[in-house]
Design a protein. Sequence first.
Length: 628
Amino acid sequence: MQYHLNGFRSGDPSVSTTCDVNDHPADAVDVVIVGCGPAGLTLAAQLAVFPDISTMIAERKPGPLEVGQADGIACRSVEMFEAFGFAEKVLKESYWVNEVVFWRPDAFGAGLARADRIQDVEDDLSEMPHVILNQARVHDFYLEQMRNGPRGLIPDYNRQLKSLHRTDDPYYPITACFDCLDKPGEPQTVRAKYVVGCDGARSAVRKSMGHQLKGEAARQLWGVMDVLAVTDFPDIRLKAAIQSADNGSILIIPREGGYMVRMYIELDELHGEERATDRNVTGEMLIEKAQAILAPYTLDVKEVAWWSAYEIGQRVCDAFDDVPATERGKTQPRIFIAGDACHTHSPKAGQGMNVSMADTFNLGWKLAAVLRGQAKPHLLDTYSDERRAKAKELIDFDKDMARLFSAKPKDETEAAQFQRYFKKHGRYTAGVETRYNPSVLTTTRRYQSLAEGYETGMRFHSSSVVRLADGKPMQLGHVLKADGRWRLIAFAPSDDLGAEGGAIDQLCAHLAGKLLPRFTPENADIDAVFDVRAVFQAAHQDMDLNTLPDLLLPRKGRYSLIDYEKAFCPDLKNGPDIFDHRGIDRAQGALLIVRPDQFVSGVLPLTALQELAAFFDGFMLPVQNGGA
Ligand SMILES: Cc1cc2nc3c(=O)[nH]c(=O)nc-3n(C[C@H](O)[C@H](O)[C@H](O)COP(=O)(O)OP(=O)(O)OC[C@H]3O[C@@H](n4cnc5c(N)ncnc54)[C@H](O)[C@@H]3O)c2cc1C
């Protein structure tokens, strides 16, 4: 973490000086977010990073979520939390899912037997673990992040969205009307440039656009309870999928803190307009059902911390914004939906919260880039295109998973099939399988062989390195912060130590002279829009800092202090060498274009300067005072 750039400041460095650049009328903001769930809070935390963007986040509840709902946090989400700066807190509090066990009826049909025990996340899928933590705590971390961000954002509670209208206002074309639940009869009207509906499965924003969730008519009813219990079931501190002979199935998820356990108990399907409440499920019913499934093991529930009868279908919307298919490319999207508002999943694959956060991590930087005049508005079309395709894919996966989980295995072969499927799709559940198709933001795979381990269209896969200036062993991925900046990561050819005339020096000279000034405001730091980093092949002790090009030791801030954190070397002591680990062409090196949401837009040769410029010209806007 870097701080003190513009002068020494005492106190907690993660608390920014709030700079409210208020150039809006009192009743208008850049972005209205509806809903303080994981999707809304991820977006709010992202936008709070930009002091020049005004955001209102409205929530109908009277205050933050305190208990319940989702709890599974995929590896990819923890990587994203790292980018926001609170992964360590999550890792400290959470339960880490290391292994999964599968139980099914024993050979005599009278009891249960452990059928398999597997590693939960395959090796080197991510530097982050799969963890379990109450959704309310995730909300807390986001709220803290928003509060401490440069914009100092806090939600407006007790605001229930009533209606949304497009108007002729050229600056704030969307009007949102809220009922103020704490002031009955005094509605609030807010004008906005963009509105994002993160308002859950019964989204009012979605309805205002006339979109519908489409998919299975039947919805599965789940009983979920968080309990403190005494049991002789031996795997109570492992994630356990248990299929009983005659009483159905249960998924056990150990929870944070060492004692609490979540149990997902599959109940019946709901049909038509039938709601979970119609079934009159009670906490006692869930306990009895869990006891029956676990028998002959005992379950003595001492306290139910939270329970819910939770209905969910696997559904997805046709579009995630307000532009009709025939108008795509001609009309700018102004209203978006994210998270459960546009796709719903069963809890078995643990996707709901994770995919919802991933949606708005995708949207946040794009909105910021367009609002700040850095990108053309058509960049926003990529949100619906990218995220809808992924939601659809995940729902197909989720359906298979749900079917296999519910089906009572007829024999050993079927049971083994479920276990194989579970293993194979660990990548989906870990959230690292997302691959965006070629588009204005994703290049072709023409030069993929230069960096085989950095798949074009997929998230940047971290690896260990040593920071050149101070010899710190660290994860390269952890320099990719959620600050809206693009990363250009140059991997040096074997004999290049950064000296004058080498490939890295020539690339840096071009970037500093042409590409960066074209898109970076004149009075901003040179890395304000593009953060250029280099990784060399030599051991860090064999490199000389003074030979690095200026762009890798940029002068920044009011004192023109030197930023020493741009250059890295392989971690040869602890290994593996990043060049081998991620398949970098040692002879030619490689240049990675990494999006602000950590996805690899493309791999290029270090010399492909025209292709690099053409890529950014495709969606970015040059600054008025720009260079070439
Ligand atoms: C009761 C319940 C239990 C769940 N249990 C589990 C579980 O056990 N496991 C699991 O994996 N997932 C569970 N989920 C699903 C998981 O919580 C969601 O997938 C995830 O929270 C989706 O995030 P989101 O931000 O899209 O929507 P939500 O988390 O649903 O957030 C939407 C927010 O919008 C607010 N809102 C809605 N309408 C308006 C309006 N008109 N105006 C203002 N605010 C509005 C809501 O109050 C809510 O805070 C559960 C969801 C619910 C509702």
